[in-house]
Design a binder for this molecule. Structure first.
Ligand code: SAM
Ligand code: DTB
Ligand code: SF4
Length: 347
């Protein structure tokens, strides 16, 4: 999808946009179903990176206590509890710049993944940068999806993070896709970006080949101690518009209503589901920040007549569309030609 098409959608009257998004949603997804995903921070805080929104960067005093990598038994306990609560996807996050093959911490993560993948849930990890080999090993160990968000537009990214680049993020996503993992990639609204940045972010995501299997849309949770602590809240209608455009631009993706639901009332969440969101993080905590309480979410889904999606651990991994022209990037990966231009790398 081109930037101009996204812009046209953005300019539609609110209800017209919602009607369009709803039609796309109904064509691709069973109505009234939502996937419940549980998040667990398996290694918390002390991260070397300076992402301006993040409670876990070692550069900011946010009050988050650093914790070392959890052991497999403890993670399994939490994963079993998540399954028992109805979650069908277990997402494990680590506050690292990235992982390297042959290190003790990476071996430990592989052990965790091998064990969790026996439980019949989709297994998602988010560990920062990956090389080709690390990606292959994670896939072999049983990871179904790798989460790596692009977070904002290529143009705004340097205003948010200085310790790695937007291109670095794209490279990791390519490695995950090449290894056969589904990719979960989305972003955050509220980082001081403009509408153009939001649409550019969607343009890049929509032009991945294959498109991401899931797209988390986070609303910034302004964390005290970070450079973004004073950022204002994202307007609900703006947020819902972005959900709707995401649904239209990436029809087969699970669109996940992610961080920031504690700041949204029931009505805003209901409209977001109507507009095409079909997945949420479920459980009282995200990685370090609060999430709506489980009983509140159960109540909301009941009120809306929505049901939790059944487990599908062997979900289809999206295939590239080989009819699109593919071109090599600077580091030798093959990507759709449109994606090269969309990412802003100047190639
Ligand atoms: N270190 C890994 C990485 O950077 O990909 C994984 C963990 S990181 C916390 C995962 C994602 O959580 C970020 O890319 C961002 O989209 C989201 N996130 C982190 N802090 C957030 C905040 N305060 N508000 C909203 N979303 C946030
Ligand atoms: C995503 O897009 N959002 C989740 C998950 N992927 C890893 C993380 C949200 C983190 C919110 C802030 C925190 O808990 O520290
Ligand atoms: Fe580290 Fe990830 Fe947080 Fe950035 S978003 S500081 S890489 S944990």
């Amino acid at each position: 999808m081109t930037y101009a098409e996204l812009q046209r959608l953005y300019q539609l009257p609110f209800f017209e946009l919602l009607q369009n998004a709803r039609a796309v949603h109904e064509e691709h997804w069973p109505e009234n179903e939502v996937q419940l995903c549980t998040l667990l921070s398996i290694k918390t805080g002390g991260c070397s990176e300076d992402c301006g929104y993040c409670a876990q960067s070692a550069r900011y005093s946010t009050g988050v206590q650093s914790e070392k990598l959890m052991d497999t038994a403890m993670v399994m306990e939490r994963a079993k509890a998540a399954r028992a609560s109805g979650s069908t996807r277990f997402c494990m996050g680590a506050a690292w710049k990235g992982v390297r093959m042959g290190t003790q911490k990476f071996d430990q993560v592989l052990d965790i993944v091998r064990n969790v993948s026996t439980l019949g849930m989709e297994v998602c990890v988010t560990l920062g940068e990956l090389g080709e080999e690390e990606a292959k090993q994670l896939k072999e160990a049983g990871v179904t999806a790798y989460n790596h968000n692009i977070d904002t537009s290529p143009e705004h990214y340097p205003n948010v993070v200085s310790t790695h680049t937007f291109e670095d993020r794209l490279r990791t996503i390519r490695h995950a896709q090449d290894a056969g993992m589904a990719v979960c990639a989305g972003g955050i609204l509220g980082l001081g970006e403009g509408v153009t940045d939001r649409l550019r972010m969607l343009e890049v995501l929509a032009n991945f080949n294959p498109q991401p299997e899931s797209v988390p849309i986070n609303a910034l949770m302004a964390i005290k101690g970070t450079p973004m602590e004073e950022n204002g809240r994202v307007d609900s209608f703006e947020f819902i518009r972005m959900i709707a455009i995401t649904r239209i631009a990436i029809p087969k993706a699970k669109v996940r209503l992610s961080a920031g639901r504690t700041q949204m009332n029931k009505e805003a969440q209901a409209l977001a589901f109507f507009a095409g969101a079909n997945s949420i993080f479920y459980g009282d905590k995200l990685l370090t920040a609060a999430n709506p309480r489980v009983n509140e979410d159960q109540e909301l889904l009941k009120e809306l007549g929505m049901t939790a999606q059944a487990p599908n651990p062997s979900m289809d991994i999206p295939e590239p569309d080989f009819s699109k022209p593919m071109v090599p990037t600077a580091d030798g990966c093959l990507v759709a030609e449109e994606a090269v231009h969309a990412c802003g790398c100047g190639e």
